[in-house]
Design a protein around this ligand. Structure first.
Ligand code: SF4
Length: 316
C-alpha cells in the first residue's frame, strides 16, 4: 500500500545551543581528564537521553553538593548555581568545574552590578526552575523579587520603587516577557533593564523559526524534555502562532499517531537541549508511515561557540 504524502517542515535553527554543547563537552572532557566517576550537580542539561549517555561514561548525577564525596570532581550544570554552591565546594577543597552557560553568567553579573549600585532586582522567571534558583542565589535573600506574569507585577512590593532593575531567565517566551516588562515599566517607570536583553539568542532564534513554521503546519512537534523551559515555550509559541496541534515529545515513541491522523503537513523542531539523533529518529518514524518531503524553514544561521573552562584545556 502506498504511503500518504506529508510535508515535514523542519525549523532552523533547532536543537543544541552553544551553552548545551559546551556543558556536555565539559562533562566528557572532565571524564577524560580525571577518569570516572565525575559528579554532576543537577541534570547537566534537561535531556534524559544526554544524561543517560553521560551516566554510561561514568558521570554520577546528584541534586545537591552534599551527595558528592570531597575527593572527586564535581560539575555544575548549564543552568547556573547559587553562589553558596561554589563557596561550599571551595570550603571542602573540592575540584569543581562550572558549566553554567556564559549567557546565564552574564545575567548573574548584571544582578551583581545592579545590587552593588543599590538597586533591588525583579526577576522574570519560573519559580523553582534551576536557572531561576541559581540567578536569585547570586544575591542575598530578599534582594530578588520573582515575577512570572503580568498579574504578579501588580502585587509586588519593592523596598523603593525608584531603585529597581529587572533581569530575566534566558529561556522565556520573547512575547510573554515583553508584556511583563511593559507592565513593570508602567508600574515602576524608573526600573532599569538589561543593556541587551537576557533571553538568549538560541531561545529567540528557535521561537522565531517556530513562528514562521507553525502557521503552515497542520500539526507541530517539539522534541524536548518536560522539564526543559525553552522546549515548553516552543510548544506555546507554536500554538499562539496558529498551529492547531502542538505537542512536546521526548522521542519518536511518544508520538500520538492517532492525533495526527489525516494531517498533510507537520512542523518539527527541537529544544536547545535535545540532541540531533532524536530529531533524526522522529523524521525516520514519519518516513516509515508517510511519503515525506522535507522543507527547511530557516530564519537564522547560528555560529555561536563557547570555550570550555581553561582547567579542562590543560593537561592533567
Ligand atoms: S538556552 Fe541559551 S542560556 Fe541556555 S544554555 Fe543555551 S545558549 Fe545558554
Amino acid at each position: 500500500m502506498s504511503k500518504p504524502p506529508l510535508t515535514l517542515y523542519l525549523a532552523a535553527p533547532r536543537g543544541f545551543c552553544a551553552g548545551v554543547d559546551r556543558a556536555i563537552k565539559i562533562v566528557e572532557m572532565a571524564l577524560d581528564k580525571w577518569g570516572a566517576p565525575v559528579y554532576v550537580r543537577h541534570e547537566i542539561v534537561h535531556n534524559r537521553y544526554v544524561v543517560d549517555g553521560l551516566k554510561e561514561k561514568g558521570a554520577i548525577f546528584v541534586e545537591e553538593l552534599d551527595e558528592c564525596p570531597d575527593d572527586r570532581p564535581v560539575i555544575f550544570s548549564a543552568h547556573g548555581v547559587p553562589k553558596a554552591v561554589p563557596a561550599e565546594a571551595e570550603r571542602r577543597e573540592m575540584v569543581y568545574v562550572d558549566a553554567t552557560c556564559p549567557l546565564v553568567s552574564k545575567v548573574h553579573i548584571e544582578a551583581d552590578r545592579h545590587h552593588a549600585a543599590g538597586l533591588q532586582m525583579v526577576m522574570i522567571g519560573h519559580a523553582g526552575h534551576p536557572e531561576t534558583v541559581g540567578t536569585m542565589g547570586q544575591l542575598p535573600d530578599g534582594e530578588v523579587i520573582l515575577v512570572e506574569t503580568v498579574e504578579d507585577v501588580k502585587t509586588i512590593a519593592p523596598r523603593d520603587p525608584e531603585k529597581l532593575a529587572y533581569i530575566t531567565q534566558t529561556t522565556l517566551s520573547v512575547d510573554d516577557t515583553a508584556e511583563v516588562v511593559s507592565a513593570l515599566q508602567t508600574r515602576f517607570p524608573a526600573i532599569v533593564g538589561p543593556h541587551k536583553e537576557d533571553i538568549c539568542y538560541a531561545t529567540t532564534n528557535r521561537q522565531e523559526a517556530v513562528k514562521a513554521m507553525a502557521p503552515k503546519a497542520d500539526a507541530m512537534l517539539v522534541i524536548g524534555a518536560p522539564n526543559s523551559s525553552n522546549s515548553k515555550r516552543l510548544v506555546e509559541v507554536g500554538r499562539t502562532a496558529g498551529c492547531p496541534y502542538a505537542q512536546l515529545v521526548q522521542r519518536a515513541t511518544d508520538i500520538d499517531w492517532r492525533a495526527l491522523d489525516g494531517i498533510q503537513s507537520v512542523g518539527l523542531t527541537a529544544g536547545a537541549s535535545a540532541p540531533k539523533i532524536l530529531v533524526d529518529e522522529v523524521i525516520d518514524a514519519f518516513r516509515s508511515r508517510y511519503d515525506v518531503t522535507i522543507e527547511v524553514v530557516e530564519t537564522a544561521v547560528e555560529r555561536v561557540e563557547f570555550k570550555v573552562p581553561r582547567v579542562l584545556r590543560e593537561p592533567a
